[in-house]
Design a binder for this molecule. Structure first.
Ligand code: PGA
Length: 243
């Protein structure tokens, strides 16, 4: 992983009520008192940002949103702005997650606008990219992801405002992962397109069993974890797997 400190981020997606979220955050905060080699981040649903932020206070575990709207405020029913995330205690915002690209029809231009919004609010944008199964099988995975990077990452990216998460769509929530060679090849391709030293996370079915092998790769600077981030034990095991 060179000299880049790993980041292990939990994407809770649309899971958790108050009691569950607070219990999970408290358990993570407790474990974070133990030595660990990575930075930690949790991205709960919007309803839990404030109570989870309170539960994490003083733990060193950062708080992030799962999405943000390009505008700072306005008539956008159901949406959340980057400024609101910041106000709720966030330091990061995930943008362009495949579940939003594919189920909400978000384009690279949308993701780019959201990245700019995150920066405007002083947040680190975690820009997600990844190919579909059909694109991988067609041999165009690197081209697809390179195009996503070109279209989604605004000018002005730097080490303190951008994290990339490579998440093959077909690996998310499926238990499937690319080969180690494919992860390495893709991360190296991404690295050639972003500022030197940018953290590039792998995401897609990371779990306590496969984390050590993936996180040991020199090109991988951490993980974006979905399902396994909902159990404190599993999230912590992944964090502990960082070299
Ligand atoms: P998963 O999700 O770990 O459940 O595959 C990863 C993600 O969508 O960020």
């Amino acid at each position: 992983m060179a000299d880049r400190k790993a980041l292990v981020a939990g994407n809770w997606k649309m899971n958790g009520r108050r009691a569950d979220g607070i219990a999970l955050a408290c358990a993570i905060a407790e474990r974070a008192k133990e030595p660990h080699a990575c930075d930690l981040l949790v991205c709960p649903p919007v309803t839990l940002l404030v109570p989870v932020g309170e539960a994490l206070a003083g733990s060193g575990v950062a708080l992030g949103g799962q999405d943000c709207h390009p505008a700072a405020s306005g008539a956008f029913t159901g949406c959340i702005s980057a400024e609101m995330l910041r106000d709720a205690g966030c330091s990061h915002a995930i943008v362009g997650h495949s579940e939003r690209r594919h189920t909400c029809g978000e384009s690279d231009a949308d993701v780019r606008a959201k990245s700019l919004a995150a920066w405007r609010a002083g947040l680190v944008a975690i820009v997600c990219v990844g190919e579909t199964r059909a694109e991988r099988e067609a041999g165009i995975a690197i081209a697809v992801v390179s195009n996503q990077i070109a279209g989604s990452v605004p000018d002005g990216a730097g080490l303190d405002n951008l994290v990339i998460a490579y998440e093959p769509v077909w690996a998310i929530g499926t238990g499937l992962t690319p080969t180690i060679a494919d992860i390495t090849e893709m991360h190296a391709a991404i690295r050639s397109l972003v500022p030197s030293g940018t953290r590039i996370l792998y995401g897609g079915s990371v779990n306590p069993k496969n984390a050590a092998e993936i996180l040991a790769l020199p090109e991988v600077d951490g993980a974006l974890v979905g399902g396994a981030s909902l159990k404190a034990e599993d999230f912590w095991a992944i964090a502990q797997a960082c070299p």
